[in-house]
Design a binder for this molecule. Structure first.
Ligand SMILES: [Zn+2]
Ligand SMILES: [Zn+2]
Length: 188
C-alpha cells in the first residue's frame, strides 16, 4: 500500500476527486549529481492534482521552494542561491509504440510539460528532485560580471589583481596586432 501523502495516486483522484499535497524533503547534493551544488536546504513542495481533459490524463499544479549554496562556474566560489518557482505538469499514459517509431514522435511546444507515465502513482519526492534540477542554472554565476579565475596562477580576479594579468593582456593585443597586419598585407 502506497503512502497517500508521498505519492500522487491517480486511482485516488478517480475515486475521491482532486488531491492536495504539501511535503518537505531533505535532499543531498550527491543525489542530484551536480557538482555545482555545495549545500542544499530542505525543499518545500506543494501540489494539487486533478483529472485532465484527455482520457487517463492528470494535471498537477504546484510550487517548489529551497535555498542552496552553489559554486560559481567562473570563480568556483560558493554563493547563496534561493529558488521559488511554480510548475504545471500533465501526465499522460505512455503511448505504446514500437521502438523504432518512438524516435520519430515529434515533440511540439505543447508537449513540453507533458510527462508519460506507466505507473499510476507519482512519487512526490521525484517531483521535488525534478524541480530542483530545473531551477538550478546550467552555469551558475556568483555575479553576472564575475571576473573568474586567472588562467595562469588561479587567483580569484574578483578579489585580487595578479601579476600575470598584464602580460596576458599584452599577449592578446599582440595577437590582435598580428591579425591586423596580416589583413593589411592582404589588402595592399
Ligand atoms: Zn564567480
Ligand atoms: Zn594570475
Amino acid at each position: 500500500m502506497l503512502d497517500p501523502r508521498e505519492f500522487i495516486i491517480f486511482d485516488a483522484i478517480d475515486k475521491d476527486g482532486p488531491q492536495s499535497y504539501s511535503r518537505t524533503y531533505s535532499i543531498s547534493p550527491a543525489e542530484l549529481g551536480r557538482y555545482e551544488i555545495v549545500n542544499i536546504g530542505p525543499v518545500a513542495l506543494t501540489a494539487q492534482a486533478r483529472k485532465g481533459d484527455l482520457p487517463a490524463e492528470y494535471v498537477v499544479d504546484g510550487s517548489s521552494k529551497f535555498t542552496a549554496d552553489l559554486a560559481c562556474s567562473r570563480c568556483v566560489e560558493p554563493y547563496p542561491f534561493a529558488s521559488s518557482s511554480t510548475f504545471h505538469l500533465r501526465f499522460r499514459p505512455r503511448p505504446e509504440l514500437p521502438q523504432q517509431e518512438e524516435a520519430e514522435v515529434e515533440i511540439t511546444p505543447d508537449a513540453l510539460d507533458v510527462e508519460f507515465y506507466t505507473e499510476r502513482a507519482i512519487p512526490l519526492r521525484d517531483l521535488a528532485l525534478e524541480q530542483i534540477q530545473f531551477s538550478i542554472p546550467m552555469k551558475p554565476l556568483c555575479e553576472e560580471n564575475c571576473l573568474g579565475l586567472c588562467p595562469e596562477c588561479g587567483a580569484n580576479r574578483n578579489r585580487e589583481t595578479c601579476a600575470c594579468e598584464s602580460s596576458i593582456v599584452d599577449e592578446r593585443w599582440g595577437a590582435l596586432r598580428e591579425i591586423r597586419q596580416a589583413i593589411k598585407k592582404r589588402e595592399s
